[in-house]
Ligand binder design. Sequence first.
Ligand code: GLA
Length: 374
Amino acid sequence: MNRYIPTLAACITMLLTLTPSAAATLPSGVKKSHYGTMPDGTVIEQYRLTNANGIVAKIITYGALMTELHVPDRQGKLGDIVLGFDNLESYLKGHPYFGATIGRVGNRIAKGKFTLDGRDYTLARNDGPNHLHGGIRGFDKVVWKAEIVPARNGAAVRFTYVSPNGEEGYPGTLTATVTYTLTDTDELRLDYTAKTDQATPVNLTNHTYWNLAGGGDILNHVLTINADHYTPVDDTLIPTGAIAPVKGTVMDFTTPMPIGSRLLSLDNSPRGYDHNYALNDSGKGMRLAATVYEPGTGRVLETFTEEPGVQFYSGNFLDATLEGKGKTVYHQYYGFCLETQHFPDSVNHPNFPSTILRPKKTYKTATIYKFSVK
Ligand code: GLA
């Protein structure tokens, strides 16, 4: 049977495109599958993104959250480097934002109160006296709509959520999107957009807990943060308003330091790091925010962002009460987060970069997590 005889032109094209390295790669792509069902019958889908080098990321429509991310170690062996669960039921029981998209406003708003254009607003309080990560039912707990979208250099899926006017106390109907792109150059890129019909604060981020060793505590991970300043906090983790130098303090990660080396000498946050760093070169577009190196596996995570800040959280509140993937118990410091963001409580600090989005404007920001080994 004459099934397919390549033309001469097709042969030449194949020879030109099959360079030795390209020949060894896999096609990147997206696969959609059924993940679970919400109590009200809503189906939750999972999107499996793969790239040319075998990296796999899995994201579900519940919370637009990343459940798994498999990247190679120094030997080329794949390992899952994010915390999470094996099934939807576990996510629904409650968890500290594993892998989730956070909104409408990530981080804290003091006493859940702010004034905008002369009007006072009161938001849900879900963290002692404060509002945290969008409230009681933030963007991490809603069902997003997903669509596979074209990507120039990899595979991509876009998630959309329409947050109604008044949700958790926020003004205006807000349409938010987050697009996860896994590139063939080993980056996971998160592009966020939002539109509103009334002025509202917006601060979207991702709350992945990383563990580059694939398990155990993260205290030996070596961290560098591209920030000469941070925003000191009170004992409810609300910024005092100061933008203080890190130099000479345990907050200083301008040179590589093991996360655990000075962890217990922190003021106000005695369990560990839970602080916003004011990144250098704010307003200058995409730039390196942080680098993390895990000496055992050789894995390196670089975080690039367009945001002015990053919350570095050392997994302080993990307390061995959650059993995650493969029955792993998550003890304190078993994962860390790098939540790229505008500064906490910005709505109440005119000296911080503004988080206010107005009608007709588009909120647009991106963060890139890049994986390599050394
Ligand atoms: C953020 C906060 C922390 C904590 C975690 C979730 O990182 O800053 O204080 O609430 O989320 O446990």
